[in-house]
Design a protein around this ligand. Structure first.
Ligand code: NDP
Length: 330
């Protein structure tokens, strides 16, 4: 039944690009109608990802006005008749899509998953997008090998804590970097063998020391502009530089001929292209749920903010004050 669905809802609207002042808290946004292939979900926990800041500032172009937000967990309200797989009202689900910063979202059924009973709704939301990113980066962007050394930047961040835990589980040896002393413990607990502090430690020197001068098999770099050049120096002969984000700004153009110095591979992936089909999405999401339930991965939630405090949440994230996932409640 659709009788209990209100006409309007709370949400965060962005009408123009800018600083956190463009994040407008609204109480009268229209509740979306699920279209072809969509499920209407009442969100309980809404995820914040670094990409939300790129759409807010305009680093990544997107249509405005816009409701930001790429992931949430909640309960199914109703589904468009065309939506596959089938979801039933009241079902507890987690989804990836767009327009998450609101009480209700019409999410793609193809990127929605029922949450296993052993996993809480906040944990499911905290895990899905960042966990799938770390899992696909370590399997497809660069398939890591047991015993190899790798370098993970921003290792106490949302994706970072997943990378470290997955790498540990795979028997990979991780050198991690963090932005401040207070973040060392989380990177270490997540599985990094060596944790370096940006600005304090000689990262390239320590990488060479750990690897007997060879460099790392792969660099997982979500920082971008500030660290790309150093990444090329840290990587071993025939190694891979996985550049998957721009927290410090976009990577400057470079001459590809430079890669021949060490036969380096540079990849610039997005998780979405690894989970295009329902089969791929279910394959990786099932793996992720298994890690959480059977392998006891730690889900790290920095803070659960009220939706109306979204500006503070973005400031904390961009101000490098957070560790793990940021969530909001509507
Ligand atoms: P994080 O929680 O990792 O937050 C970003 C972190 O980057 C900060 O905490 C900070 O950690 C570090 N950082 C380094 N330099 C800067 C800077 N100048 N300004 C701000 N932060 C800086 O965010 P997410 O886990 O959401 O995302 C991590 C990265 O992964 C982002 O670049 C994001 O865009 C990317 N990403 C890419 C995906 C893809 O499909 N390609 C999917 C998901 C995320 P510290 O202080 O320790 O240095």
């Amino acid at each position: 039944s659709t009788t209990q669905i209100p006409k309007t809802m709370k949400g965060i609207l962005v009408e123009k690009t800018g600083g956190t002042e463009v994040l407008q808290y609204k109480t009268d946004l229209p509740v979306p109608e699920p279209k072809e292939g969509e499920v209407l979900i009442k969100n309980d926990f809404i995820g914040i990802n670094y990409i939300d800041t790129y759409f807010r500032t305009g680093l990544y172009p997107s249509q405005k006005p816009e409701i930001l937000g790429r992931d949430a967990s909640g309960t199914v309200v109703h589904a468009h008749p065309s939506a596959t797989p089938t979801f039933h009202p009241g079902e507890r689900v987690v989804w990836m899509g767009t327009s998450g910063y609101a009480e209700y979202t019409a999410a793609p059924a193809s990127k929605t998953m029922a949450i296993p009973s052993a996993i809480s709704s906040p944990d499911a939301c905290a895990a899905l997008l960042q966990g799938l990113t770390a899992l696909t980066l370590t399997e497809e962007a660069h398939k890591v090998e047991k015993g190899d050394w790798v370098l993970v930047l921003a290792a106490s961040g949302g994706v970072g804590v997943w990378l470290c835990q997955i790498l540990r589980a795979k028997g990979v040896r991780t050198i991690a970097t963090v932005g401040s002393e207070g973040k060392v413990g989380v990177a270490r607990e997540s599985g990094a063998e060596v944790v370096l502090v940006e600005g304090r430690d000689d990262v390239l020197g320590r990488v060479r020391e750990c690897t007997g001068g060879k460099g790392v098999a792969a660099v997982f770099d979500g920082v971008g502009k500030d660290t790309f050049e150093r990444g090329l120096e840290c990587v071993a002969l025939k190694g891979t530089l996985v550049s998957f984000g721009n927290a410090s700004g976009p990577v400057a153009p470079f001459a590809i001929a430079r890669l021949s110095a060490k036969n380096v591979k540079v990849v610039r992936p997005t998780v979405m292209n690894y989970i295009v089909t329902r089969e791929e999405f279910e394959h990786y999401t099932s793996r992720l749920f298994k890690m959480m339930v059977d392998e006891h991965f730690t889900i790290r939630i920095h803070e659960t903010y009220p939706l109306k405090d979204v500006a503070r949440a973005h400031n904390d994230l961009e101000g490098r004050k957070t560790m793990g996932k940021l969530l909001m409640t509507p």
